[in-house]
Design a protein around this ligand. Structure first.
Ligand SMILES: NC(=O)c1ccc[n+]([C@@H]2O[C@H](COP(=O)([O-])OP(=O)(O)OC[C@H]3O[C@@H](n4cnc5c(N)ncnc54)[C@H](OP(=O)(O)O)[C@@H]3O)[C@@H](O)[C@H]2O)c1
Length: 218
């Protein structure tokens, strides 16, 4: 039975990924920050572990089992104003730590547990594409995901192992972050994300795809 660890699985897309993978027969563990959220992950068919992605010790203490898939999903949208000109040091620090630095630090810590031929996936966003940025909206969130993409490419360049490293855009999805007016439901996005992962599993290299399997520009 293939194994997966989803970091950030209490709700939204992370929880949807747990449900999708468990439904396909995977042995999947989802992390939560609040122990009270374990029940939701278990109801979706997953095992649970508790960790905040910014807590290096908690990440290192996650179950030390071999992984076919490590999916770093946790993310935040940042301050509502989204204005680089008025962002405080605390706002920038929290956003970039959660969305860019901590995902890469967690991946580095857990990389040894991913088997050769396995997949390391990061939940980024199309908004993290520098090439695709013609609107400039959500500028702080965009910058944090662009930073994640850059750090992911650096990780891949120095990896020296036959892993598939995927930067994935889930589409615009109806979650707490995406809002009620978003285009996609969680199930459709999670199904497409898992299909995309399975299509590229076993092919070492890095790429940026959306949930439909379409390649996106960096
Ligand atoms: N929804 C969209 O349209 C969309 C589009 C593009 C990209 N994304 C990306 O997809 C990912 C999931 O988003 P979502 O829409 O499912 O958002 P969501 O419903 O707000 O869920 C966010 C998840 O991240 C977790 N999280 C946040 N900060 C964390 C931390 N410090 N440590 C551990 N977990 C943490 C949350 O846990 P708690 O419950 O403990 O807060 C929750 O499980 C994010 O990376 C987001 O940027 C979403």
């Amino acid at each position: 039975m293939p194994t997966a660890l989803i970091i950030g699985a209490s709700r939204g897309l992370g929880l949807g990924l747990v449900r999708e993978l468990a439904g396909r027969g995977w042995d999947v563990t989802g992390t939560v920050r609040a122990a009270a959220d374990r029940a939701a992950v278990e109801a979706a068919g997953g095992k649970t572990a508790v960790a905040d992605i910014t807590d290096a010790a908690a990440v290192a203490a996650l179950p030390k089992t071999p992984l076919d898939l490590l999916f770093v999903n946790a993310g935040v949208s940042g301050p509502a104003h989204q204005d680089a000109g008025r962002a405080t040091a605390d706002e920038v620090s929290a956003l970039f730590l959660t969305n860019a630095l901590a995902p890469i630090a967690a991946a580095r810590t857990l990389l040894d547990r991913v088997v050769d031929g396995g997949v390391l996936a990061f939940m980024t966003s199309r908004m993290g594409s520098v090439t695709d940025n013609s609107s400039g909206d959500m500028e702080l969130y965009r910058a944090s995901k662009a930073a994640l993409n850059s750090l992911t490419r650096s990780l891949m360049a120095k990896l020296g192992r036959p892993l598939t490293v995927l930067s994935l855009h889930p589409g615009w999805v109806r979650t707490d972050m995406g809002g009620a007016g978003a285009a996609l439901d969680v199930e459709t996005s999670a199904r497409g994300l898992v299909d995309t992962i399975l299509a590229h599993r076993g092919t070492p290299g890095s790429a940026f795809f959306d949930y439909s399997g379409a390649e996106l520009p960096w």
